[in-house]
Design a protein around this ligand. Structure first.
Ligand code: C2E
Ligand code: MG
Ligand code: MG
Ligand code: MG
Length: 284
């Protein structure tokens, strides 16, 4: 600790904070290795049209098959990674996995767009469009099959830079979606200047909408706002039929949640999609 802290006579050294730093550094070095050894895996959660029940896309959700700790979810490692530049190779690894999968699905005749989550940090990187577009070309996947999910707060920290990055991606045919909508302090005025085609109502509002009139009001307003701006509105975290019905009556376009499917491995979601996308006539 500093001389000043020592002078004050107060012991500011916090051993638990030090432990925390050490475990964070360990985690980051393990992840660096994990990236090199392809320990990251992508699971996929289907999104369905409320009107037709058709699959409109799947969201890619990263997991880490840790050599000793088992399968870790994003909450276990992303917050630490997002504070460092390591998030960039992680994003690239997710994109590579997703685009290879998209290529396979296209070959099989399964045409389903995939949404990939971007961290705030990546959004203001001037090299992001080239990283995405060169990968689309390398995998031979049309840009229209890729959606990028960004959060409101990420858009608002550096709106000009984020706008330029998203503008290039959008111009190339990539769809932009705003995730967790309603949790940031969204300046509505920014929305209309950004090339956004979709907003996702945050799970916290969706989960409570049938028991809380306030949450229901937020959901209704977001759906109406999205529609006013010509966007598709997705509700995430739909867990029961009552919520799905309430969303249908508010004319929400797309739903995603455990009621329909949890996030599945690539193999499982492929089986699920084969079933879901097969024409009704050919179903047994
Ligand atoms: P998100 O993008 O808002 O993703 C939705 C999260 O809600 C996922 O958690 C999903 O599994 C979960 N979920 C979906 N439906 C339900 C439901 O009905 N009930 C409940 N209780 N949960 C549901 P997950 O996979 O743990 O991901 C958490 C967050 O981590 C994501 O939130 C996203 O912000 C971030 N994330 C995931 N994958 C990536 C990635 O590849 N890159 C980046 N930068 N962030 C990622
Ligand atoms: Mg998301
Ligand atoms: Mg979300
Ligand atoms: Mg979320």
């Amino acid at each position: 600790y500093t001389a000043k802290e020592r002078q004050s006579g107060v012991q500011l050294y916090d051993p638990s904070a030090d432990d925390h730093d050490r475990s964070r550094l360990l985690l980051l070095s393990e992840l660096r290795l994990g990236l090199a050894e392809s320990q990251l895996v992508v699971h996929y959660q289907p999104q369905l049209s409320l009107g037709s029940g058709r699959v409109t896309g799947v969201e890619a959700l990263v997991r880490w098959q840790h050599p000793t700790r088992g399968l870790l979810g994003p909450v276990d490692f992303l917050p630490a990674v997002e504070r460092t530049a390591l998030i960039e190779p992680l994003t690239d690894a997710v994109l590579d996995a997703v685009l290879a999968q998209l290529r396979e699905w296209c070959t099989e005749g399964i045409a389903v767009p995939v949404s990939v989550n971007l961290s705030a940090r990546s959004l203001i990187r001037a090299d992001l469009p080239d990283r995405v577009l060169s990968r689309l070309r390398a995998h031979g996947v049309p840009a229209a099959m890729l959606r990028l999910e960004v959060t409101e707060s990420a858009l608002l920290t550096e709106p000009a830079r984020a706008g330029a990055v998203l503008g290039r991606l959008h111009a190339a045919g990539v769809t932009i979606s705003i995730d967790d909508f309603g949790t940031g302090f969204s300046a509505m005025s920014h929305l209309k200047h950004l090339p956004v085609s979709e907003i996702k109502v945050d799970r916290s509002y969706v989960a409570e909408m049938t028991s809380s009139t306030e949450d229901a009001a937020v959901v209704r307003s977001v759906i109406d706002l999205g529609h006013e701006l010509g966007m598709t509105v997705v509700a995430e975290g739909v867990e029961d039929a009552v919520t799905a019905e309430a969303l249908a009556s508010l004319r929400c376009d797309v739903v995603q949640g455990h009621l329909f499917s949890v996030a599945r491995t690539a193999g499982d979601v492929t089986d699920w999609l084969r079933n879901a996308t097969r024409s009704p006539a050919s179903r047994p």
